[in-house]
Ligand binder design. Sequence first.
Ligand code: B16
Ligand code: MG
Length: 218
Amino acid sequence: MKVEGLIFDLDGVIVDTAKYHYLAWKELAKELGFDFSEKDNERLKGVSRMQSLDILLEVGKIELPDEKKQELAEKKNRQYVAMIKKMTPDELLPGALNFLKSAKAKGYKTALGSASKNAMIILNRLEIAGLFDVIIDGTKVSKAKPDPEVFLAGAKALNIKAENCVVFEDAAAGVEAAHNGNMFCIGIGTPENLPDADFLISGFGKFTINDFEELIKQ
Ligand code: B16
Ligand code: MG
């Protein structure tokens, strides 16, 4: 396989922001009078903010007009942003920084492909924005994963053909998005949650750029 570009999802691949999303959504559910479990939260990974709210309201069996939903999503986001503004570089997932740096040193082009509208705040807090040649986030695309828009936009901005890009994803919808864009996808997770990934790793702690090059040689 000829690989020139690497496209990284953010939450669950480079950093665990899911815990902050969870705290903010749980607080909102509490205010609405129901409990939101960690298991329910799994359904929100990789999903856009408004879709996340729809899932939350489905769990609480609550129906609301669009205007009210907008208000609640903004409220949740304010709480979430207050938390991520305090993040520090030591919150990078194990091995992620090393993998990104060595990928760049080897000459690969790198892109971020995240659904989050808050990706820039996170990248700046983690001090890694400069490691991406291109940053495509929720402010630049309108179609949520499994639509391939975010990854195709990444490949296009890198000026690399989709089939020469590899995507790193932790969410099933993201793996599907990569495949819909005709890209090889390395899943960060387990066979149970990511059965369709082309190759699975537990994270970058035990997967170096050399392991990656061995894999794509085949
Ligand atoms: P925001 P990713 C996703 O990030 C999260 O996994 C998902 O839980 C969240 O709802 C989504 O971003 C939107 O985030 O509310 O900050 O715009 O995995 O695509 O990097
Ligand atoms: Mg993710």
